[in-house]
Design a protein around this ligand. Sequence first.
Ligand code: DAH
Length: 338
Amino acid sequence: MIEEVQKHLKEVAAFSSHEAEAIENFRVKYAGKKGILNELFAAFRTVPNEEKKAYGQELNTLKTAVNEKVNSLQSQLTSSAKNTKINDPSRTPFPIETGNRHPLAVVKNRIIDIFTQIGFTISEGPEIEDDWHNFTALNLPEHHPARDMQDTFFIQTDPDILLRTHTSSVQVRYMEKNQPPIRTISPGRVFRNEAISARSHCIFHQIEGLYIAKEVSFTDLIQTLKYFTNALFGNSKIRLRPSYFPFTEPSAEVDIYWGLETETDYRITKGTGWLEIMGCGMVDPNVLKNCGIDPEEYSGYAFGMGIERIAMLLYQISDIRLFFENDIRFLKQFKATL
Ligand code: DAH
């Protein structure tokens, strides 16, 4: 008798199926009303007394084995049924977390759109520059005091190599390779050895603009700047302040009116209500000469603006550091913008 129970034990252990019907048949065969287990339990009476204990134990083992087998096969079935549901085209979709562009990229793209609409191309240059393209060709020879205007990160092993302090270096590269008419903007990252605060950072972004052709005048520059600020800010108030840059003559700084209503306005604008957004001017003839363009024949204007400043103005962001901290709570707020 015991041998028969053990035979069934082996059979139960060997059984496996992924078919619901086969599993059910197996269950009925063993655990059904007229199943093997009941049959064997009924036979208990006929077992000789001295074998009863061992037989009973074996039978209980078989009963447990049957239950466990049925349960495990059935749960496998339901979990694979769940998996097939994933391929159900009518299911409710899982929410997908989409990313979004960084606010600086959004602003950069808007600026690019505005200038490309009036015929400017886009040009780029390296972030690791040499002295010629960042300084010397731009009318900033060695020991020129204006070099101090931009605190520079030098590559320690070579004083000729540095992290570019402005995207004006791209003008030089562009003029060296192209003859007028030139109409290009150069977006890029720049580096300055400056203390980090709410208003300035050691890494930031600029867009440089350059227009070289015959008989370009300062009025052309002003008109382009007005077109640009109106396109970006809507009707906005700007002012040009006379300034000095070694690579332009005359030079000016462009301010946009930010307002003076809140404490933040005071802090950001240093109490003036105006925020400087770019430098500009007529390209110095020396720069044209340095880059292989004849200043007798051609003239042009250039400008350079900080993307962070403009983004702060557009989105009313009071601290430049937010752009670089990658705090998802900050970045997520620009989801609606493209
Ligand atoms: N390179 C200047 C800066 O980083 C900005 C600038 C001023 C660029 C005047 C120009 C310009 O092209 O004409 O502060």
